[in-house]
Design a binder for this molecule. Structure first.
Ligand SMILES: *Cc1c(COP(=O)(O)O)cnc(C)c1O
Length: 469
């Protein structure tokens, strides 16, 4: 029996009839005919199934249109949306790392249309996309030359493949690290076509370990910033200057993967000092690689700075083409690098540095303002208090340092059985707000570390939408 006939028998409207229904006119306008038709078919076949299996089903036009609209709304909801990062981890990889400033966003909008990405406006001919960033990068780091790729993992892969394919790379055993998301130095090394030559031991590596292993097949000496862990106790590692001198003497380039690579001296902003690319180069590195979206506070990118002859080789590698940055990211990165030319105003202008250096008193004031509002919103089911806490920098930066901060602590009122369930429900309710609020669960309570709460008004405004039922 044809489907439409079956529908008629069951009293279900036809697809065509539904597409003409006034209740779906707005949906057609907004979502287009194919999407609405699909949703109507889905709802009608569900109704047909219900009736055939003797379950109740609403078959009126209005009821069906309402279900169609509900499906379309879900489908139209963007997947990538803004969230409130109240986890206490400032550069949270899962939450998009560094938030970008308005200047960078404005630059991204401008570049989104036609732009001089690879066009030399002075000479009126083909240009080079690195030209927008290289002058700023060399100025800020003191390097001879610079190039950029998609992220620091790509930067490391490209450097290794360009300078040491089928050759040996010397790395200390204490630096054979894994960064989250399957970036492991030994794996990257083999994917780059290089032979990893581990030297020294996990906790102690001496200059002589490098000297003894440097031979005709050695193409690079590499140092990797331990980033997300610290070796403490009976440890030693050769000074970078000594390692650089050894590499120079043997005529082997020395590469330093800094990971985070703060471009400015973080001590100026009350943060622990982190080696800068300029320092690494001054200490004798020939090539330095670092991330764009960690301590630098910009978009996802991998920056490579150093000796001009080596950068030229890296640029010539066909793999570079597969890793190049797009125009929108270049625009954002250029805007961010410009901010670094005026370090005195950096904390006011660059969110990553501003949030990391935000004073404990300022955060505590925010807690005092917001606590009663949040307590009121959660009145029937939880108590809200103000507690001292410590934020983390995140993204494997400065793993052992913690920043003094303040959190709002949400504790379910039910004690004993049901406490865990209520807590999970609260976590879920905040996660399903229009701009989801992500905190962290600790000792039976939900903590909102307020360090990264900038837009207090929006945060408070959407508390009305909390559905605690
Ligand atoms: C984070 C990190 C990387 C990877 O950088 P991404 O920009 O995340 O790709 C590589 N090396 C070190 C030492 C790092 O800390």
């Amino acid at each position: 029996m044809p489907r439409e006939t079956a529908n008629l028998r069951l009293g279900i409207p036809s697809v065509d009839k539904m597409l003409r229904a006034p209740a779906l006119r707005a949906a057609l306008d907004r979502h287009g005919r194919p999407a609405v038709t699909d949703a109507v078919r889905t709802v009608l076949s569900a109704a047909r199934r219900d009736l055939a299996e003797h379950r109740a089903a609403e078959t009126g036009d209005e009821a069906i249109a309402a279900r169609v609209n509900a499906i379309l709304d879900v489908l139209a909801k963007p997947s990538l949306i803004r969230v409130f990062n109240l986890t206490g981890t400032v550069l949270h990889t899962n939450l998009g790392r560094a938030p970008l400033p308005a200047t960078a966003i404005e630059a991204m909008i401008q570049a989104a249309g036609a732009c001089n990405l690879e066009y030399d406006l002075e000479k009126g001919r083909r240009g080079d996309r690195d030209s927008h960033l290289e002058p700023l990068l060399t100025r800020l780091t003191g390097a001879e030359a610079a190039t950029v790729v998609n992220n620091n993992a790509a930067a490391v892969l490209l450097v290794l493949n360009s300078l040491a394919r089928d050759k040996e790379v010397l790395v200390s055993r204490g630096e054979l690290i894994e960064i989250g998301g399957s970036f492991r130095i030994p794996d990257i090394m083999s994917r780059a076509g290089c032979i990893l030559r581990e030297v020294g031991t996990t906790n102690r590596t001496h200059l002589s370990d490098f000297a003894d292993n440097a031979g005709d097949d050695t193409a690079l000496v590499m140092k990797v910033h331990a980033s997300n862990y610290a070796i403490e106790g009976f440890t030693t590692a050769p000074a970078e200057t000594a390692l650089a001198a050894l590499a120079k003497e043997k005529d082997i380039p020395f590469v330093n993967d800094l990971g985070s690579g703060a471009l400015a001296d973080l001590a100026e902003y009350g943060l622990p000092h982190e080696p800068t690319p300029a320092e690494a180069l001054a200490d004798g590195a020939d090539i330095v690689t670092f991330s764009g979206d960690k301590l630098l506070g910009g978009p996802q990118a991998g920056l490579i700075v150093g000796r001009a002859d080596l950068i030229a080789k890296i640029r010539k590698n066909p793999m570079k083409r597969a890793m190049r940055l797009d125009k929108v990211t270049i625009a954002a990165l250029e805007a961010i690098l410009r901010l670094y030319t005026d370090p005195a105003r950096l904390a006011d202008r660059l969110p990553a540095i501003g949030l990391l250096s935000r004073s404990a008193a300022d955060i505590a004031d925010a807690a005092t303002r917001i606590c009663p509002v949040l307590a009121n919103a959660l009145e029937p089911i939880a108590d809200v208090g103000i507690v001292a806490c410590r934020s983390q920098i995140g993204s494997g930066s400065l793993p052992v340092d913690r920043l003094d901060s303040t959190a709002l602590e949400i504790r379910p009122r039910v004690q004993g059985r049901g406490e865990g369930r209520t807590l999970n429900r609260i976590v879920e309710v905040f996660r399903s707000l229009p701009a989801p609020v992500i905190g962290r669960v600790q000792d039976g309570a939900l903590l909102f570390d307020l360090r990264c709460l900038v837009d207090e008004l929006s945060f408070v405004a959407q508390l009305e939408a909390l559905d605690l039922s």
